[in-house]
Design a protein around this ligand. Structure first.
Ligand code: DI6
Ligand code: FE
Length: 399
């Protein structure tokens, strides 16, 4: 099973855009076998069944390396209350906020959670995603965290998308552990980590390091347990304040530090030294009407790879589209369109510890997007458009 794509404008993302103006690609099974200029296509491949891309842009399939798409309910009513003048306390008294999502997620059956997560995954796929990371973190009991991770795994069995699961039990302190975060770390976060790992449900371990969530010392205890199981770590770091979470996480070899609006120069240097990726999440910045921007220039100057992801979640970032998120990264943070596309391809793969995707090169997974676009900057330039013409997952076009 091999197919030939002809006359593509390929952004291989191997170095910069890695543009090949008139490219051919040979896909065999679920891998890329050959890519290069049309006029150097080896004779052996010329007779393969061919699809003419007619000059369309071809990129690696987009990778959303940070999402929370498994959850019960939604928070539209809370959004409306706030815009009608309700205070945060009034919203909380009316059952709003992250704990309302925890209540709804605990109450939901696995089947219901899967159905709503699949609908969200469909939106991501329709905007060009071929790999998505999905976190737990709205269960906050051992059983409910396992339930969320099982649902996350099942998304990849029901849809043509690769799923990487992340354990995020250390996301919030549930009411039954109010004032006892250390007990929560031991009895729920570490216990669910070990149980979920035994069931093969975890690809990496995340935590929310923040004044309203967990301290660096608590995160370090969780990460030590994760590392003992051989699991990679990543961190929601410096979203609302600078607790030096990135210094801690990078020091423990984190794949990524995410959000990083309040990241200091020490954090930047620690990430550069460790090779940790900065995952930039403009959807949450936009929704929360944050004013502190992540230190893009310092990250760029230090050579820290930057990924861009949706952070799709019901509270702070109800956005499914990576192209829209790329636009926000450019307009809100002054990332370049090249950085935005690297952020959803090569750098996103790196944030997940994956070396078999994110570029177009022989041996890489044959996950590709064909766009009704002629230059890769168009993907970031348009606002809310999805110029996706076709998606190829595992060497096959979507039906
Ligand atoms: N940071 C966020 O922006 C989300 N989680 C996190 O750690 C918010 C999640 C929510 O409000 O439901
Ligand atoms: Fe998040």
């Amino acid at each position: 099973m091999a197919i030939l794509l002809t006359h593509a404008k390929a952004a291989t993302m191997t170095e910069g855009y890695g543009l090949i103006e008139d490219a051919a690609l040979v896909l065999q099974e679920d891998r890329i076998l050959w890519v290069g200029p049309m006029d150097s296509l080896p004779d052996a491949h010329r007779a393969l069944p061919a699809q003419d891309c007619k000059g369309r842009l071809v990129t690696p399939g987009l990778i959303d390396c940070h999402s929370h798409i498994v959850f019960g309910g939604h928070r539209a009513a809370e959004f409306e209350m706030r815009l009608n003048g309700a205070t945060y306390e009034e919203v909380a008294r009316a059952g709003g906020g992250i704990l309302s999502t925890v209540t709804a997620t605990r109450a939901a059956s696995e089947a219901d959670l899967l159905a709503s997560a699949l609908a969200r995954a469909d939106l991501m796929i329709a905007a060009g995603a071929t790999t998505i990371e999905v976190k737990s973190g709205y269960g906050l009991t051992v059983a409910d965290e396992l339930k969320m991770l099982r649902v996350a795994r099942q998304i990849g069995q029901h849809r043509r998308v690769a799923v990487q699961t992340t354990h995020l039990a250390a996301h919030a302190i549930p009411p039954e552990y109010a004032g006892r975060p250390d007990a929560y770390i031991d009895e729920v976060a570490i216990a669910s980590l070990q149980a979920a790992h035994a069931d093969g449900l975890i690809d990496s371990v995340d935590a929310f390091c923040e004044g309203i969530a967990f301290s660096p010392a608590q995160v370090a205890r969780l990460f030590t347990a994760a590392r003992a199981l051989g699991l990679p770590i990543k961190l929601h770091a410096e979203q609302l304040s600078d607790l030096k979470g990135a210094v801690l996480a990078a020091g423990m070899g984190a794949l990524s530090c995410d959000h990083v609006e309040y990241l200091g120069e020490d954090g930047v240097q620690a990430m550069a030294a460790a090779g940790s990726v900065a995952v930039i999440l403009p959807g949450a910045f936009y929704t929360l009407r944050e004013t502190q921007k992540p230190p893009i220039e310092a990250l760029r100057a230090a050579g820290v790879p930057m990924a861009v992801a949706t952070d799709f979640n019901p509270g702070s970032s109800p956005v499914a589209s990576l192209p829209l998120t790329m636009n926000m990264a450019c307009t809100l943070f002054r990332m370049t369109p090249l950085e935005a596309l690297q952020g959803t391809t090569a750098c996103a793969a790196r944030a997940l510890g994956l070396t078999d995707r994110g570029t177009i090169a022989p041996g890489q997974r044959a996950d590709l997007c064909l766009w009704d676009a002629t230059h890769p900057a168009e993907l970031s330039y348009r606002i809310g458009a999805t110029p996706l013409h076709a998606r190829i997952f595992g060497g096959r076009f979507d039906a």
